[in-house]
Design a protein around this ligand. Sequence first.
Ligand code: GDL
Length: 463
Amino acid sequence: MMTGESNSFLSGVIEGFYGPPWTQAERLELFDWMTQWGLNTYLYAPKDDLKQRAIWRKLYTQAELDALREVIAECHQRGLRFVYAVSPGLDIRYSSETDLERLKHRFAQVMALGCQDFGLFFDDIPDRLEVEDIQRWGSLASAQSQITNTVFQWVRERSPTSRFLFCPTPYCSRMVAAKLGGEGYLPTIGAELLPEIDIFWTGPDIISRDITVTHIKDLQGLLGRKPLIWDNLHANDYDGRRFYCGPYDGRPPELRAEVSGLMINPNTEFPLNYVPLRTFAAFVNGAGEWDSRAAYLAAMREWFPRFATVGRPVTFEELVTFGDCYYLPYQEGPEAQNLYRRVQALLAKDPAHWGAEAAVLRADIACLRDFCARMAELRNRPLFNALSRRVWELREELDLLDRYIAYKADSANHELPFSSDFHRPGTYRGGMVAGLQQLLAPRSGGELGPAGGISAGVVADEG
Ligand code: GDL
């Protein structure tokens, strides 16, 4: 088993998203991947394990302990580090001895299962203090540092090589700029949190497009140590429409030397994480320049066999085009970008001038739509379950585009309005959420403003 000093650079996976936690079977598959691909740490911190956050004070039941014991043992058997974290920040009283005891009790329960490495997380919580906490500690940063130091020392007395991880309340530059956690939060943490404790950081943003060496070097001074990266690049819990199967990207290889580890918090749906985790592992263990597209294509090749269907097979090229439609938060893959630009250009033109491009485009749209349809025939049902709602939506939009182009390409219809029998108000893009989305629209600079549209699905027809 790995202990404190034997592998000090942490590399691995955080189960730290919102939404249904992974199943035991998924975790075991993850551990196999991690062993094969050279990642060393798994961090258990699913936001919606009730006892992780909402009811963190309650002890685990025997059945829950049995399940955790299994995961810890499976992890350790493969030589991986298992880190167990609790997030008490929603309602902890930092000056309450009882709350401190409860934290220790919880860690004692998990330590008894063989776990040696722990974390205390204070992300996504109200950044205010109760009066008695302010009186005792003066600031949120001091209160969190003191309680974390105390629990850390308690853990180290029982398990001297333990690694201990801390997640601050402001964990990216944007939050620091907004003064989340109060003025001087990070310098206080840097000064007061014991130097052996690792501090998580997600980069300039919660979901950081890029994390540069300069950015991290600036932070090292404030924290008094190298940060530990919590990478949300592939997390999709904030948008039910999307998932990310693009490559690990936007981080230079030199970053590895400036951080105490790289941990990735990926898609909530475990089966969609093959390429994210495969490319992340290749990045962590790679040498020389990082070619994200080459890493993506290589990982896609490995993922491809999981796309066997009970019907007509899909091709590797089709899978790549599909994957390019679900690439990364700030960037679609080249095939998707290309298709999008062509559709955009065609729709901007008078249908009288579409010429042959309309038919070519329709054929490409048909290919992708057909791929989506064949996803329903995947043999791998967990993969189908994870994909199905998103794929349905893509297929629906491609179908509508195809109908529109086919209709308008006919010279008799150039000037006529178009409607689709399969895309009717109310059932197509209907509902409160779609309606709200049309009221406020993002502008290119990041501002949001009234969009002017009213969803036919939300506002009942007048008269
Ligand atoms: C967060 C949460 C994380 C979530 C992610 C993406 C951290 C430290 N916390 O802010 O649980 O999955 O955003 O939505 O990143």
